[in-house]
Write a protein that binds this ligand. Sequence first.
Ligand code: NAD
Length: 517
Amino acid sequence: MKEVLTDFGVENALNVLGINEVNDGTSTGSNSFSNGEIIESYSPVDGQLIGKVKTTSKEDYEKVMQAATTAFKTWRTIPAPQRGEIVRQFGEKLREKKEALGILVSYEMGKSLQEGLGEVQEMIDICDFAVGLSRQLHGLTMHSERPGHRMYEQYHPLGVVGIISAFNFPVAVWAWNTALAWICGDVCVWKPSEKTPICGVACQNIAAEVFKANNLPEGISCLINGDYKVGEMMTKDTRVPLVSATGSTRMGKIVAQEVAARLGKSLLELGGNNAIIVTPDADIKMTVIGAVFGAVGTCGQRCTSTRRLIIHESVYDKVKEAVADAYKQLRIGNPLDENNHVGPLIDKDAVGMYQKALTQVVEEGGNIVVEGGVLIGEGYESGCYVKPAIAEAKPDYKIVQHETFAPVLYLLKYSGDVENAIEIQNNVAQGLSSAIMTNNLREAERFLSVQGSDCGIANVNIGTSGAEIGGAFGGEKETGGGRESGSDAWKIYMRRQTNTINYTTELPLAQGIKFDL
Ligand code: NAD
């Protein structure tokens, strides 16, 4: 395999991360064990076997839960700033292993090495954020209506936080959850995607080193592996008060119902159908950069990928031409080679869905602007490399309403006011990320107003793709409503308690009620 960006090498990366030919996919920290079936992880980059992971059996899961619930009793008593110190050390370990982990992310998932390294950087950033936050888990104080009383609220940890993650962010989503959950005093059990299990083992190895070096008990960071059946063990388990699930809307609807049936909490980060509105006042150069990166970055496999460009009729042809021109310059190939812009899709099923979407848009009346297709020949042996495609479509086409997790961009035309574009944008089931490209202040403000975008993320003169960890991340409607990462997202990992203390010798009742005995 040709690796231009780094001399480090995949083999070396696997060694640094403690990956073997066959790995235990169940771990409570230093202790690893597994009695389930074996998953083989093949790289979409070159089709080679990266390694095998033994999945988690029902009995293994019970051992994990035993360790996790016991560890929680210790971990919750350690002051939050000291828990922050552990997360700081974890962030340092990630800095040390950044290159190795970035390479593994790129090799197992298929995103470019720069994006793989970027994903590890996000993990480091959220650790830094969490360290500061560990001294700021503030509650409010309020004035009691009764004399000689004090009233305040405080936050306590929940217990075991279950994390179910998707293949496309195989390491960062786990860190977004764990870094915050740990400083909050929770312990975590993680089930990574069955498509990227080696990344899960690598992350768990890094965390285990830190917990071991600090003589902390087994179970603060736990790993389980397998498909949805292993995920279900957590969603049905009353010992898991919060399940944070990232993935498809289809999965989220099942998980939400399972967890709600036992009145647990779920944090859902699901599919998107993100659009950029391009108004007559848009900067075309910026629009092209935002749209192209948004549509083809991670080969269209980001939850925030740009799927729809909603372009005003007055600039439609110009924008269409400029974006199509930019597509001609895209180099598709090995994502570990920095000369390439676009890597492979995750697997052949994803390739099938991409092909189906292109057939369907034509069947529904769409017009192909940039031809797609599966690449074959030298360097494309894995069968997962496809050409990013563009199609002209109508907003109400079924395929446009649907999230196809591949590099297919739909061009939609609007006329009249920006309100018409906003209506098209909002008229889908998903509500994750949205953007407007405009130099017109009024249009920008209307897009951000109460009648504007209905998404969790609404950007002006930035594309839909990617987000900074400082803001709360997540989306509305079928995206699930969860918020992770920055701002006050930490509150979901804690339970709130309101405390009233009476320091008098009387017992006055609230609302002036008399109860004379
Ligand atoms: P997926 O839904 O197929 O799988 C995600 C995870 O859910 C996997 O770990 C899987 O094993 C597990 N799972 C599936 N069914 C389950 C069930 N019934 N019970 C418990 N666990 C179950 O998703 P994917 O193909 O890995 O990822 C792509 C999807 O994820 C896209 O829709 C994308 O938009 C979405 N995504 C969303 C965000 C976000 O933050 N909103 C981030 C990344 C990915």
